[in-house]
Design a protein around this ligand. Sequence first.
Ligand SMILES: [Zn+2]
Length: 411
Amino acid sequence: MTQRLYYADAYCITFSAHVVQRLTYADKPAVVLDRTCFYPTGGGQPCDRGWLYPLPNLSPVVEVVDVIASEDDGNVLHLLSEALPADDVEGRVDWARRFDHMQQHTGQHILSQAFLRAADAETVSFHLGTESVTIDLNGPHLSPAQVEQAEALANEVVFGNQPVRARFVSAGELATLPLRRQPQVNGAIRVVAIGDFDVTPCGGTHVAHTGEVGLIKVIGLDKRGEETRIEFRCGRRALADYGHKNQMVNQVAAMLSTGHGELDRAVQRLQAEARQLRHELRAAQERLMAYEAAELWTDAETVGGLTIVRHVFSQRDPAHLRQLATHLIAHPKTVALLGLAGPKSQLVFARSEDVTADMVVALKAACRVLGTESGGGRPHFAQGGGPAATETQIAGALERAQQAINNTDER
Ligand SMILES: [Zn+2]
């Protein structure tokens, strides 16, 4: 069984070791060492990464890309970028990644205990990703005040710089400890104690004093059925998150020419302005459309007592065509044959109540010209179209529609 050096000292990142087994795992060369500082993925914490240097020449260096704990024999498997050319190695763990995991994981223990005390909410799972860090709490009803209280308590523990100690304990001693949760593994149990604030079974890597966590900031809350997911950041991740958000806030404040304290009111003002403008624009469009309809109707040709408004548009909202048609057929003895050219053609045919011609029949005739059958409606109002069509093609379709209407002998 691989001796796991990180159990005793999370700050030790260099070690020498002997290869005891070579194998291929997930298409990659892998080795088992007699001892290692590399933490294998487990308990919500991702694995360490780093390098193995062949002894005695320390070259060529081989990258450790993944670390897995074998369920069967307790060995730690190091997956490598390429085959290792020696049986004796010096190992080096990527410290930035390791320390980040130590900050997030210790922060998680503190925050989990804080939620237990502030909201009586137990942590049911922990996930530490490349970007996101979350815990799931058993309880869907956390109030913002409880979250604030838990966060404040957690940060007091950070500022108190309490010692963090990890050690293996006997079954007898384990029974006497005020554990936050029961161990999920058999055999020797390792507990992590954060001052007298929290004691939990855990195999992860932790900082030595809570002050090293730096800061614990809850940044999101998501109700998921019977549980609540808390998203948070610790240490450098919290600083990076603060930096990013500060930059965003300053940028938006500059765009709105206001201070960051007045951002909410500035945005509310903008929203109210936009609402007012949308309202005014709609009213103006309505008035404009009435004028446009009147002009179209005046310019239209009259055939046997029937005013036929035939017009091809381009770059219009199809809804405008429908509104125009409604305006037009408010006139007596009127037929509106409106078409929209472009990548999505549109035909809108309508007639006033005192006309008998069937717009569905006219539409079918026009659609045949465009090579589509998609369209329909009722005798007084029909619409269709779909395929791309030029202004000339639409004009042809409208002409065909008018012929169909003339053939019904409206006179
Ligand atoms: Zn843990």
